[in-house]
Design a protein around this ligand. Structure first.
Ligand code: SAH
Length: 264
């Protein structure tokens, strides 16, 4: 029988991916480390379902960020990690999705390295993988999408700094993180740079959570739905999104069968 006892040393920091929401999408390694954690610093994106797996005695510190406004500054997060590690505690830094994707991991590693604190990294299922699976679509497809791009829509000077001509090449899938507010701008730019008005756009709100909502739309209509989106929301743009129809058809199948049975 294989054992999964990931060591978590006293005074060490584990930077762990919490995945997109559902607790059973955590890695076994993440769960083992969570069980040993003595203090946790977590983000707003970490779901309640995942938080519920932490030991009752583990101290919980919310360093969540909302809409780009940091309730706890990145510098302060670094200081807190170092502070608790120096007390000899097992410090868990729990981040939504994958800690290496749009999660300011580099800055936190800098703080740990400068202070000489030992750390380990544990990957998580990023929103792109989680939301694609939830929608029943691939992210790449032979002959159709040979490139997959993860794009942050809220980088400084975002709209102007993107290479829109490059992003408008048809043989790729674009995944925009943090893109709700910029959706109108994104769809406008992509159309101006050559993508068709009916180019597929899939919006996955609260993916892999009980409140999950998925909408298939296109570039010309995307801006209109942007205002009513709940967060977190992931934007997947490209032909692969059309496969969501297959998933919808599959989900409707039981009802269609029932109707047939009732008619018979
Ligand atoms: N490290 C995270 C991303 C952090 S950036 C990861 O790897 O997933 C935050 C953005 O991620 C959100 O604005 C949203 O675009 C996306 N996101 C995270 N979790 C999500 C979820 N459950 N459903 C939809 N989008 C999600």
């Amino acid at each position: 029988m294989m054992r999964f006892n990931q060591a978590f040393a006293a005074g060490e920091v584990a930077l762990v991916g919490a995945g997109p929401g559902a607790a059973d999408l955590l890695t076994l390694r993440a769960v083992r480390l969570m069980e040993q954690a003595e203090v946790v610093l977590y983000d707003r994106l970490v779901s309640d379902e995942v938080m519920a797996l932490l030991p009752a005695k583990c101290r919980r510190i919310d360093v969540g960020k909302k809409c780009g406004q940091h309730s706890v500054s990145q510098q302060r997060i670094g200081e807190l990690l170092v502070h608790y590690a120096r007390q000899g505690l097992r410090v868990l830094r729990l981040k939504g999705g994958d800690p290496a994707i749009f999660a300011r991991l580099g800055e936190e590693l800098d703080a740990l390295v400068q202070a000489g604190i030992a750390y380990q990294l544990v990957p998580g299922i990023s929103a792109a993988s989680g939301c694609a699976a939830a929608a029943g679509i691939p992210l790449t497809e032979r002959g159709q999408a040979q490139q997959l791009r993860f794009i942050s829509a809220v980088d400084q000077h975002s709209a102007t700094s993107q290479d829109w001509a490059d992003l408008s090449a048809p043989n790729q899938t674009l995944v925009f993180y943090m893109g709700t507010a910029a959706l109108g701008e994104i769809s406008q730019q992509l159309q101006q740079h050559g993508l068709a008005a009916d180019w597929p756009v899939l919006l996955v709100q609260q993916g892999c959570r009980p409140q999950q909502q998925i909408q298939l739309t296109d570039l010309q209509s995307a801006a209109a739905v942007a205002a009513s989106l709940s967060t977190p929301c992931l934007i997947i743009i490209g032909q692969v999104a059309l496969r969501y129809r297959q998933q919808q058809a599959r989900l409707q199948l039981p009802t269609a069968l029932q109707a047939k049975e009732q008619a018979a």
